[in-house]
Write a protein that binds this ligand. Structure first.
Ligand code: SF4
Length: 211
């Protein structure tokens, strides 16, 4: 059956989960994608790609990387163990049929240097993602929910375990949902590489679970 011209992404009925939201069907139109892309540009988001959630690749090993080897484990509301467990995360994602991949490019003088410029860029992408999520909510995508990259940088030091200072902006990281980012990008046919030089520009990915 041909796709309606205005729909740029629509799942087949068999892939679409039963909807209980304001929106009928599981699609995003060109006009909505255009308007959120415009909004994204204000925050350095270069592209927004819709995809079916069957393309998500999960891995329990992702949680290992959080638990062992990441200094943010147990220090941020956006990271484990403050975030949903991997089984809860899979359950949550299974309630969605469509997601968006937001991509930007970040370059800092040194990736490992936690200076104001690096943090400023992270905050910009973070706020951009949450702002697009809000715009989608206002357009009737009431299930829209962001998964962000890196640990929350909205505060220089996270208040965890004390109450979050900006709960309206707080979102979990992609990794905290046990999502294998590289595997997911491969499933989407997107080539990426590890930035070996701390000064090298690198891609920055965030996601919005949509419908
Ligand atoms: S807004 Fe501040 S307190 Fe809340 S999760 Fe982010 S860094 Fe932590």
């Amino acid at each position: 059956m041909p796709q309606p011209i205005n729909k740029i992404f629509e799942l087949s009925r068999s892939k679409a989960k039963e909807q209980t939201t304001f929106r009928n069907g599981t699609s995003i139109s060109r006009s909505v994608l255009r308007s959120i892309s415009e909004k994204g540009k204000e925050y350095g988001v270069e592209s927004i790609k819709p995809f079916g959630t069957d393309k998500f690749e999960f891995g329990e090993w992702v949680g290992l990387k959080c638990r062992y080897g990441c200094s943010r484990f147990g220090t941020s509301w956006s990271c484990p163990p403050a975030t949903p467990s991997s089984s809860q995360a899979r359950e949550i994602v299974s309630e969605y049929s469509l997601a968006l991949l937001l991509t930007g490019t970040q370059q800092c003088t040194n990736f490992y240097l936690n200076n104001n410029k690096t943090r400023g860029e992270q905050v910009r992408y973070w706020k951009g993602t949450v702002s697009i999520e809000r715009q989608l909510l206002l357009q009737g995508y009431d299930k829209a929910f962001s998964l962000v990259a890196g640990s929350c940088s909205l505060c220089k030091e996270c208040a965890y375990p004390e109450a979050c200072r900006f709960p309206a902006e707080k979102r979990p990281t992609i990794e905290s949902f046990a999502i294998d980012m590289i595997g997911t990008l491969k499933n989407l046919g997107i080539k990426t590489k590890v930035a070996r030089d701390p000064k090298e520009p690198f891609k920055y990915y965030t996601m919005i679970l949509l419908v």
